[in-house]
Design a protein around this ligand. Structure first.
Ligand SMILES: [Zn+2]
Length: 320
């Protein structure tokens, strides 16, 4: 569970963001209620209920509250899992945040896509009245066209998918543009940031090479700055070879709940756990919800506790 939240824009709130207002339908409005205060709350509630029932787990259960997830987790979970304290805990399995789903099934995240590249594009500089060769804007135009062409293939792939979900394709979006000196000067440098979430079946090395080739085709002189770039992270197995998956699946089946293993569209702390060999699943027990609604709403804590309690009863029977 991460403790940090994203910034508050007061004018967008119908309730005070730090007030934790409860409405007549049992919804709590509070900053970070969904992402991810309720996850930590559900685990503490489940552990308390299990202790009260006299349940004794075969393995230790730890609950973590870490900072910095919203800004990449490098000084939060990544630092934590690489320290001796974490190694000595001998952790085999982790449950972390998932996200809400709009239909009546739960999404279980077992892998993630990887983000973001900044292109620093240099070119000939000079007076705006000239037609100089190799300007930064021409190179930028070329890069944008290449990446938007690739984006179109991913849109098509998603449209053609029988069970479309954004996690299976690579998302590419131009998110920031900067540069320029003044209106009549051809600038020596322009910067473009593309948010890229690379699908897990893409060969990252080949994909990077493709981008470098496009930079050369554009005329060269382009520096790539990978933002929050992580090494390749293996997916958690969602088949019979993973006893934790089997136990989790069994818990959901016994409760007659519909679920689908998915690739998480964004990045979470689970990737750092997977990197050090811990099996990790992302799960937020909320269905029939839109994500927008969930930016500040917490609902149905009773269901969350019931489900978590059941999972916790089943998970520790396995000796991994
Ligand atoms: Zn989160």
């Amino acid at each position: 569970n991460h403790m940090d939240v994203v910034p508050v824009y007061l004018e967008k709130w119908t309730h005070p963001p730090f007030g934790a207002d409860l409405d007549d339908e049992g919804r709590i409005y509070a900053r970070g209620a969904q992402d991810t205060k309720y996850i930590g709350t559900q685990y503490l509630g489940a552990i308390r209920a299990l202790k009260a029932s006299g349940y004794k787990p075969k393995r230790n259960i730890y609950v973590t509250f870490v900072p910095d997830e919203e800004v990449g987790g490098h000084l939060g979970m990544r630092e934590f899992v690489n320290g001796d304290y974490f190694k000595n805990l001998n952790v085999g399995f982790s449950l972390d945040e998932g996200s809400a789903n709009i239909d009546d099934s739960y999404h279980i995240y077992y892998a993630e896509r990887t983000p973001g590249i900044r292109f620093k594009i240099s070119g000939s500089a000079g007076h705006g009245s000239l037609l100089l060769p190799n300007t930064a804007s021409e190179k930028l135009n070329c890069i944008v066209n290449k990446l938007m062409g690739f984006r179109a293939t991913q849109v098509k792939k998603l449209q053609d998918d029988a069970d479309p979900f954004i996690g299976v394709v690579t998302a590419v979006n131009l998110t920031q543009l900067s540069g320029g000196v003044q209106s009549n000067v051809v600038p020596p440098l322009l910067e473009a940031v593309f948010d890229m979430r690379v699908a897990i079946d893409v060969d990252i090395v080949a994909f990077e090479k493709q981008i470098l080739d496009w930079c050369e085709e554009a005329g060269g002189g382009i520096l790539l700055d990978f933002i929050r770039k992580d090494e390749y992270v293996p997916a958690t197995k969602v088949d019979a070879s993973n006893p934790f998956w089997t136990a989790f699946q069994q818990a959901l089946n016994e409760l007659n709940l519909k679920f689908r293993p998915r690739v998480c569209p964004g990045a979470t702390d689970s990737r750092f756990l997977r990197t050090v060999g811990v099996e990790a699943l992302g799960f937020s027990p909320m269905k029939n919800f839109s994500i927008i609604e969930l930016t500040h709403v917490l609902i149905s804590i009773c269901m969350v506790l019931r489900l978590t309690r059941k999972s916790f009863q089943l998970l520790p029977v396995y000796k991994a």
